[in-house]
Design a protein around this ligand. Structure first.
Ligand code: PLP
Length: 390
């Protein structure tokens, strides 16, 4: 059976070049990057080269790159590493749970959080951030691209607001990296999280940009790795794979790849919207498009229930996600779509299509053939259509 994977925002496969780059570091170059002998120095040199590549990705200096285990760790480090009792924290209600649950935990330690809601378009209004500032505001955290809608947030404006308020600014760029150009200097942030597995790198590896002088307390203590900002023997193959994935991602931003991907996503979206009772969640502010990453579209299907739809598409060889993949298994509708003002039924009736950068015309054609069949079939069975869904 044909299989088309359109769940890139959940995770991506390693590219062959990434696998090849990592291979020697499992066996022949297995050294501990902290050892002073030959094997150790070989590993150290690989980590140093990778740090230079990540510095290029972020547009920062190599000393400002901290390797870690991925997006969750970067997000947690920003919050647990900077906030103290009595501080005020500003974030948005559409962040990943790595931010939201960390804020919940800090509430038990005397940190007050203001959650800013987006507009119906999925866009955060930077004026709302400005109005939320208090004298105690120590940290602002806003994602670059939303994982469910792909909407790009106005981080540069928020960076200016943070600067004027003398607050630290963290950006969760996990869904933006590789899809739009990162530039931590232009964004005006102090911290920025990325994760390898969202850009064709290995799972469990990521990096955090930490601007020089940012007084971050490490989450993990022990050895003096990563300039005492993250203890633990470096995952050398993972770091090398992350760097290769970052390098390839930067090339994709410069060649045709991302433009072609946006055209494929648009064709998919237009094709699906030709079905009755469908619409895009976010991405439009009235009749004006809002900026979003090239690979994502989030679509509601009237009279359908997302989970049944995901399963029916899976049986036809198409992998998509209803709500955030990081919450798969949860029955609650997406907190992002609810925050954008969708009612629970419509939020539950929504699917996220997120294309890999290797997506093809043939894959889009296949999905455009299968989706109408599945929608028609499910609508004839739908308890929502029958009015029997609670
Ligand atoms: N932030 C965002 C926006 C995400 O989409 C994800 C994963 O889906 C994460 C953070 C967590 O990243 P990781 O899976 O590397 O822990």
């Amino acid at each position: 059976m044909t299989r088309v994977y359109m769940d890139a925002n959940a995770t991506t496969p390693l590219l062959p070049e990434v696998v090849e780059s990592m291979r020697p570091y499992w066996m022949e170059h297995f050294g501990n990057a902290s050892s002073i002998h030959h094997e150790g120095q070989h590993a150290r040199a690989a980590v140093d080269r990778a740090r230079e590549t990540l510095a290029t990705l972020f547009n920062c200096s190599a000393a400002e790159v901290v390797f870690n285990s991925g997006g969750t760790e970067g997000d947690n480090t920003a919050i647990f590493g900077l906030l103290r009792p009595g501080d005020h924290f500003i974030t948005t209600s559409i962040e990943h749970s790595a931010i939201l649950r960390a804020a919940d935990r800090m509430a038990q330690h005397g940190v007050v959080t203001t959650f800013i809601d987006p507009a119906a378009s999925g866009l955060i209004d930077s004026a709302d951030i400005l109005h939320a500032i208090r004298p105690q505001t120590r940290l602002i955290s806003v994602m670059l691209a939303n994982n469910e809608t792909g909407v790009l947030q106005p981080v540069e404006e928020i960076g200016k607001i943070a600067r004027a308020a003398s607050a630290y600014f963290h950006i969760d760029a996990v869904q933006g990296a590789g899809k739009v150009k990162l530039d931590v200097r232009r964004f005006g942030c102090h911290l920025c999280s990325v994760s390898a597995h969202k850009m064709h790198g290995p799972k469990g590896t990521g990096a955090l940009f930490v601007r020089r002088g940012t007084p971050i307390e490490p989450l993990l203590v022990g050895g003096s790795h990563e300039r005492r900002r993250r203890a633990g023997t470096e995952n050398v193959p993972g770091i090398v794979g992350l760097a290769k994935a970052a390098e390839l991602a930067m090339h994709s931003l410069e060649d045709e790849t991302i433009g072609q991907l946006a055209a494929l996503r648009d064709r998919l979206e237009v094709g699906i919207l030709a079905l009755s009772g469908t619409g895009v969640n976010g991405a439009w502010d009235g009749d004006k498009p809002v900026p979003r990453v090239a690979n994502t579209t989030n679509i509601w299907f009237g009279q359908l229930e997302g989970e049944a739809h995901v399963i029916a598409l899976d049986l036809k060889g198409v992998s998509v996600s209803g709500g955030s993949a990081c919450h798969s298994g949860a029955t609650e509708p997406s907190h992002v779509l609810l925050a954008m003002g969708l009612d629970k039924t419509r939020a539950r009736a929504s699917l996220r299509f997120s294309l890999l950068k290797t997506a093809t015309e043939a894959e889009v054609d296949y999905v455009l053939k299968v989706v109408p069949e599945v929608v028609e079939h499910l609508r004839t069975l739908s308890p929502v259509a029958a009015g029997t869904l609670a």
